[in-house]
Design a protein around this ligand. Structure first.
Ligand code: PLP
Length: 287
């Protein structure tokens, strides 16, 4: 989705502003565009404003792109403030809600809905591979922009469409997400519970606030070792190392679903805490 949207939305002489922790596919989309790519510090609206100011005399398009929920660090984009900054600088906004659809906002509509600003964000995109457990993605926006993308997005025009079975499973998931808030309520109960337990265990989980919870190990080899040991004990967590994150931010990505029980969460965190403490130097843990 990002590699289809970004090169179509911004080209030579334009500027794309990206959060330094945006997903790799956003960076790939920028690389495929001829626009200038300008990184701002993670969720730092002051830095974004400063960088927008630097090109204030440019006649080029200014497009700000952010993850809605950051895919590795599990925090939420300050989208309300990004939109305010965009309005000040006559910039467009595009939020990638890959991890926010089905999780944040009214009936799981995503990050813009979470802040009550759906009509103020120019483009909302996402994938079907997270809460909808399928493949493919989407982008939504005003009709003129979507008409334009239908005729300018090369990966949309020149790749085959989704297989019917994947599309049907996305539609079935969407119906559930929209019609039954109880899944999302359970997901957030699980999230709050896991965040509390992890903090009680002094695990280093940074600014985590969503069902994606990073447990920072801060060393790639150690991260693989801990993940392997956990797998031996029946706990699967994704090891995330460079270039997915900076070397010093190597982490285990713990992801929750509505289907996890309290007992499973307690058991997993107990084991994770024991294993992490046996591998990670004591001074690196949170106190
Ligand atoms: C924020 C974000 N955007 C895009 C993607 C790409 O999704 P897909 O693998 O469905 O293309 C991901 C996947 O992890 C993601 O986290």
């Amino acid at each position: 989705m990002n590699t289809g949207v970004l090169p179509a939305m911004a080209g030579k002489g334009d500027h794309i502003f990206i959060d330094e922790l945006n997903h790799a596919s956003i960076i790939d989309g920028c690389r495929m565009s001829l626009a200038q790519r300008i990184k701002y510090k993670h969720n730092d609206i002051f830095d974004l404003g400063r960088k927008l100011n630097r090109v204030k005399n440019s006649a080029g398009v200014k497009l700000i792109v952010t993850d809605g929920i950051f895919s590795m660090d599990g925090d939420i984009a300050k989208l309300d403030r990004i939109v305010m900054e965009a309005n000040k600088h006559n910039a467009f906004t595009f939020v990638d809600c890959a991890h926010a659809i089905g999780v944040l906002g009214n009936h799981g509509a995503g990050t813009a809905s979470h802040y009550g600003i759906t009509d103020q964000v120019d483009l909302i995109g996402g994938t079907f591979s997270k809460s909808m457990a399928s493949v493919g993605g989407f982008v939504a926006g005003n009709k003129d922009v979507i008409d334009y993308l239908n005729h300018a997005s090369r990966s949309y025009m020149f790749s085959a469409s989704l297989p019917p079975a994947s599309t049907a499973s996305v539609l079935a998931s969407l119906r559930l997400i929209k019609s039954d808030d109880s899944f999302r309520q359970r997901l957030w109960e699980n999230t709050r519970y896991a965040l509390r337990l992890m903090r009680e265990h002094n695990l280093d989980i940074g600014l985590a606030e969503t069902p994606i919870i990073p447990i920072y190990i801060r060393d790639s080899i150690l991260t693989f070792r801990v993940a392997r040991k956990l797998l031996d004990k029946g706990i699967y967590v994704n090891p995330v190392v460079a270039p997915g994150v900076k070397e010093n931010d190597a982490l285990l990505r713990f992801s929750l679903t509505a289907a996890h029980s309290k007992e499973q969460i307690e058991h997993a965190i107990e084991i994770i805490s024991q294993v992490v403490k046996s591998y990670v130097p004591k001074e690196s843990l949170c106190h």
